[in-house]
Write a protein that binds this ligand. Structure first.
Ligand SMILES: Cc1cc2nc3c(=O)[nH]c(=O)nc-3n(C[C@H](O)[C@H](O)[C@H](O)COP(=O)(O)OP(=O)(O)OC[C@H]3O[C@@H](n4cnc5c(N)ncnc54)[C@H](O)[C@@H]3O)c2cc1C
Length: 413
């Protein structure tokens, strides 16, 4: 069945955060009929965000500074964020009944710490709008017609005057965009845990190191990472490494093709001191505690399990007395504590938080989110070649680009 469009019918493919923000904004013009198509339950992608707490924004209120947290999309976002940024996001959620708070690390959450509450507040707004209709269907293909688009879904055909593609980083939205003539930049996982070659730390799964520094090397060259990417919390996993620090590194290294032959070398500094400086400190510590087991000494600097794993790796007995440690063993301990090295051979497949790459930004007008190739076609959210670090940046991209696409497609003044 093909529906006939009346007035300005806007089809939105994807009822995630970007598509829903777009629908709510476009609905302000009551001349618009808005059809949201989703193959799943609308806004369910919000539920796991922020570990169920929904980290919906980041408390950086200067839009140029905010854009710096996006390894892809920074310049494009200047214009986007100049219209709708952190302050607007917080105001918007306050208006729809979601009060927010800023955590110590500047991440912004709903006061109830519940992504379900955020989802329900948005759904309540949708339900109030008489000109929004939700359709539970998967859009299989799109065809450009003279005055609009024909959508073929698994439940039938629909005609719309304007089309917004908001299908996120996964799914077939990229193919829909491609079929309309858009170029999709290479898609890569980002914000992912990594699998490492090292096996000696497998038993440490779940142990974390707080706010430590890292250096990253590829093919014997040190990579230049922005200062905000080189420090953060770190987590051991059963087959490698994870945590905010590793997510950031995975984001900045998303396009580096590392593997078991060419690993990404990540060197952590758990004690935050240069080797020489730390070695001197260690010499003193060993001297002053000559009768103590070496395990207890190393455990003063890192969690006991990690201390034990380092000693095992270096074939040093745990109960050897500090005063009897050889120079070579001491140097090896100091080396591990100042440059604990991991060779990452892959990212953990399917568990990435976002997709890097997407609709080429050169083909999208940042003032309207309209395609520069196809009139009346718009994009918003993660389908674009925009992705940020962890901290609320990816949802901010959805709120901001969804807002702009909604106003533009909906002719909302
Ligand atoms: C575990 C996890 C935690 C996260 N936590 C945070 C966080 O705390 N803060 C943050 O900023 N970001 C977070 N993110 C990232 C954030 O959730 C995404 O960037 C965001 O959801 C992208 O929104 P979107 O609307 O662009 O796409 P999505 O949320 O992916 O929504 C796309 C929608 O389109 C639908 N769809 C796709 N193809 C079709 C089709 N052909 N026909 C019909 N429907 C279709 C899908 O069913 C889906 O509902 C997290 C991601 C994950 C995976």
């Amino acid at each position: 069945m093909t529906e006939t469009a009346t007035g300005n019918t806007i089809g939105i493919v994807g009822g995630g955060p970007a598509g829903i923000m777009c629908a709510l904004c476009a609905s302000q013009n009551i001349e618009n009929n808005i059809l949201i198509f989703d193959k799943n339950i609308i806004l369910n992608t919000l539920l796991p965000t922020g570990g169920g707490r929904c980290n919906l924004a980041y408390a950086e209120f200067n839009f140029k500074e905010l854009a710096k947290f996006y390894p892809r999309g920074e310049k494009f976002l200047y214009s986007v964020f100049s219209k709708f940024s952190t302050r607007n996001t917080v105001d918007f959620f306050n208006r729809i009944g979601i009060n927010t708070y800023i955590q110590e690390d500047l991440r912004i959450f709903p006061e109830t710490n519940s992504s379900k509450d955020v989802k329900n507040a948005l759904l309540k707004q949708l339900d109030k709008k008489k000109n929004i209709k939700k359709t539970f269907a998967k859009v299989l293909s799109v065809k450009k017609l003279q005055n609009g688009f024909e959508l073929t879904t698994d439940k039938g055909k629909h005609f719309v005057n304007k089309l917004v593609i908001a299908t996120g980083g996964k799914g077939n939205g990229h193919n829909l965009a491609k079929s309309l003539g858009h170029h999709i930049t290479e898609l890569k996982p980002s914000l992912s845990a990594m699998i490492t070659r090292e096996k000696e730390f497998e038993t440490l799964s779940g142990i974390s190191l707080k706010n430590i520094f890292a250096q990253v090397f590829f093919e014997n060259k040190k990579l230049k990472l922005p200062s905000n990417a080189a420090a953060g919390d770190f987590l051991f996993t059963h087959n490698g490494i994870s945590g905010p620090l590793i997510y950031k590194i995975s984001s900045y290294c998303a396009y580096i093709n590392f593997d078991k032959n060419n690993p990404l070398k990540i060197v952590l500094n758990p004690v935050g001191q240069e080797y020489k400086e730390f070695d001197s400190l260690l010499i003193l510590k060993l001297k002053n505690n000559a009768q103590k087991d070496i395990l207890n000494i190393v455990s003063c600097f890192v969690p006991k399990n990690l201390a034990a794993a380092i000693l095992q790796k270096e074939n040093i007995k745990h109960d050897i007395k500090a005063g009897q440690l050889s120079k070579k063993d001491r140097e090896n301990i100091a080396k591990n504590l100042t440059s604990l090295t991991f060779n990452a051979i892959a990212t953990v497949k399917g568990e990435e938080i976002v997709t890097a790459g997407g609709v080429d930004l050169k083909e999208v007008d940042s003032k309207t989110m309209e395609s520069k190739i196809v009139e009346n076609l718009y994009f918003c959210g993660e389908i674009l070649d925009i992705d940020g670090l962890t901290g609320g940046f990816n949802l901010q991209n959805c709120w901001s680009t969804g807002y702009i696409a909604g106003l533009a497609a909906g002719n909302v003044l």
